[in-house]
Design a protein around this ligand. Structure first.
Ligand code: HEM
Length: 318
């Protein structure tokens, strides 16, 4: 009897081992054995790029966001257009706007060099570069989960349908985030990404000329560099201290100085007002929630195990 139970147990263990998908979960230790120099190398290249141009930190953070919202964090945003790839770079939110692709290429070639072969995915590079960018600009750090693989496809249509637009109101923003498994708290915390970086005039022109939930002095100041006609690519900071990761974005929202319509939608008499107010005076709370939500965003539908590939060139399918 005892030997029969033992046999059953043995069979069960064998079966579990055979069917378990050990590859599915991301892990912070994914490259520890295969290339321990990978993460320090990404950090070094990001720091040099941010040193050279502070805005690059913002641009790299945004790339990870725009990657994750389109069929998961799989580096689909990095694929250039070909006869079979309808590049996400040409989607509304990215065309003449997403930037930092050359820095990603630079990271990839340096990482492949120190690793001796292409073992680090472009999707993981985006996730780590986002974290290192935030840290380089004075923001919080977090442990990046690793082991994402790269897509062999891209979808401009999915990018258009999933990345939120700066003209959206709160309910639409909440929907876009909940479609990705992110809740309203994630929406507010992650919108805090706008504590750094810049936006082009065409994305906030209507707000500064036609909206009423805006501080008039702020509207006038922005109008001085964003004319009613033309000047569409002229830049304005999303936050008064665009190169420092602080709470300026939220303090601005409370003063009705949000630059984008979608920014001010987070503080406009709705359900997210309280959290915006909290973040505006509590850098610790914002930092902790931002880090938590970044990890959550980074976990959106990764390709793991045998799915996808490790690209040799982030811009091209192997
Ligand atoms: C909530 C919905 C969001 C909307 C509607 C939105 C929209 C925008 C727009 C229109 C710009 C300006 C782009 C340009 O002028 O070329 C921008 C910039 C930026 N966004 Fe967002 N965004 C959102 C959420 C996020 C999130 C979740 C993050 C990151 C966690 C993020 C990070 C950034 C950064 C860092 C920049 C500045 C990029 C640079 O200077 O190159 N945004 N965003």
């Amino acid at each position: 009897m005892a030997s029969r139970s033992l046999l059953c147990l043995y069979a069960f263990v064998l079966f579990s081992l055979a069917t378990a998908d050990f590859s599915a979960a991301l892990s912070p230790y994914f490259y520890n054995k295969v290339c321990p120099k990978a993460l320090p190398t990404i950090k070094r290249v990001v720091e040099a790029a941010v040193q050279k141009e502070k805005r690059m930190g913002a641009s790299l953070l945004r790339l990870h966001f725009h990657d994750c919202f389109v069929n998961g964090c799989d580096a689909s945003i990095l694929l250039d257009a070909t006869s079979t790839i309808d590049s996400e770079k040409n989607a509304g939110a990215n065309a003449n706007s997403a930037r930092g692709f050359n820095v990603v290429d630079d990271i990839k070639s340096q990482v492949d060099k120190v690793c001796g072969r292409p073992v680090v995915s472009c999707a993981d590079i985006l996730a780590v570069a986002a974290r290192d960018s935030v840290v380089a600009l004075g923001g919080p750090s977090w442990t990046v989960q690793l082991g994402r693989r790269d897509s062999t496809t891209a979808s401009r249509t999915d990018a258009n349908n999933n990345i939120p637009s700066p003209f959206m109101d709160l309910p639409a923003l909440i929907t876009r985030f909940s479609n990705q498994g992110l809740d309203t708290k994630d929406l507010v915390a992650l919108s805090g990404g706008h504590v750094i970086g810049f936006a082009q005039c065409n994305f906030f022109k209507n707000r500064i000329y036609n909206e009423s939930n805006i501080d008039p002095a702020f509207a006038r100041a922005r109008q001085s560099t964003c004319p009613p006609n033309g000047g569409d690519t002229k830049l304005a900071p999303l936050d008064p201290t665009a190169a420092r990761f602080d709470t300026g974005y939220f303090t601005n929202l409370v003063k009705r100085r949000g630059l984008l319509h979608s920014d001010q939608a987070l503080f406009n008499g709705g359900s997210t007002d309280t959290l915006v107010k909290t973040y505006s005076t509590n850098f610790g709370a914002f930092s902790a929630d931002f880090a938590k939500s970044m990890v959550k965003m980074g976990n959106i539908k990764p390709l793991t195990g045998k799915k996808g590939q490790i690209r040799v060139n982030c811009r091209k399918v192997n």
